[in-house]
Structure formats: C-alpha cells, structure tokens
Design a protein around this ligand. Sequence first.
Ligand SMILES: *[C@@H]1O[C@H](CO)[C@@H](O)[C@H](O)[C@H]1NC(C)=O
Ligand SMILES: *[C@@H]1O[C@H](CO)[C@@H](O)[C@H](O)[C@H]1NC(C)=O
Length: 179
Amino acid sequence: MAILGSLLLPLGLFLCLGLLCSPASCISHNGNCMLFNKVIVATCSGIHANPNVYKSNTVYTVSVPVNKNITSVILRAIDQDNSLIGSWQKADKYCSSSVLYHMKSRYSKLFEAKWVSPSFMNITTVELQVFTVDLHNVARVSFKILRRNAKSLANRAFLSPMRDAIQILLVFLTSKLLF
Ligand SMILES: *[C@@H]1O[C@H](CO)[C@@H](O)[C@H](O)[C@H]1NC(C)=O
Ligand SMILES: *[C@@H]1O[C@H](CO)[C@@H](O)[C@H](O)[C@H]1NC(C)=O
C-alpha cells in the first residue's frame, strides 16, 4: 500500500493526500465520517490488538467490545508525531482522518478490524483510537498504545497529545459540517 510517504500536514487539515486513500479515490471517500452529539472518554478501553507490540509492515487484528446499541465504529492510528499511519482494511467509509465500519449485526459482542502498519522503521509508538458510536450518536472513545518493545503498559506520557488529537478531530468534523 502506497501510503504515508510524506505526512507533513498537521492533523485536522485536509489529510487526504496519500493517507487513507489515493488522490483519485479521495474525491469519493473524503468527508467527515460522522458527527457526534457527544464524546465520552471511556475509562476502561477493552481494546485488544494482536500482536500487542508494534512491528512494521504487520497485519494487526484490533478488537473492541460492542453491544446492541453500537451502530458504528470509527478507527484511526497515529504515531508518536501525531501523524496518521497505516491502513485499515475493508472499512465501509474512508474519511479524511479516520475510517468507519458499520456494525453488521446487533448481536455482536466483539467488533474486529484489520490494520496494516507502515513499512518504515522510524515508528516507536502507535496509538489506536477507537470511537464506538451508539444509536444516539454518542461516541465513546478509547485508546490502545502499541510500542516497539514489550514495555507497552505506560500510557500516561501519551495522554496529552492524545487529547489534542481528539480535540482537533472534533474541530475538524465540526468544520466539515459547516462547509
Ligand atoms: C518516518 O519515515 C517516513 C518516511 O521516510 C516519514 O514520512 C515520516 O515522517 C517518519 N515518521 C517519523 C515519526 O519520524
Ligand atoms: C442501550 O440503550 C438503552 C436505551 O438507550 C439503554 O437503556 C441500555 O442500557 C443500553 N444498553 C447498553 C448495553 O448500553
């Protein structure tokens, strides 16, 4: 997948350029994934990634607990510089800074998606961000950190860039509504 060669734009701008889609397909794929009525930061994420350490050019299975109220799941992956990285497979919608999957069955207990990490070697930390969106358009956001070595439990250093990223995302989604 030819992606993410030179991501120099800050988050929140129009990130189409070679990111989640090629320029040709961007025309149909860009646009906001969804507007939320409310975003709640989930205290206990329940996200699993397999493998659970970061490796280049690897297919990850990302799973998230869901319930019958969840209508869609929105995902993104960012590196230590807050750049969007990798590619999500078979999403229903490829938006400018995230991808969206519709829940196919109300009876699912676990949602799964495949993410492919980029091949370049300079990534040390990846944060997977998961928004589960319910019937009332309320999103619960949770996070999973993947690090290159096995010390993958200390998430705290990442908290503030992560908050920034959410804010930027929300501003971005809101601005998409207005235009
Ligand atoms: C990693 O390398 C790629 C390709 O050279 C570059 O575009 C990207 O900005 C780099 N990322 C980091 C986190 O250094
Ligand atoms: C689903 O939504 C209903 C009505 O809003 C609520 O009563 C119920 O607790 C929710 N179930 C779950 C598992 O969140």
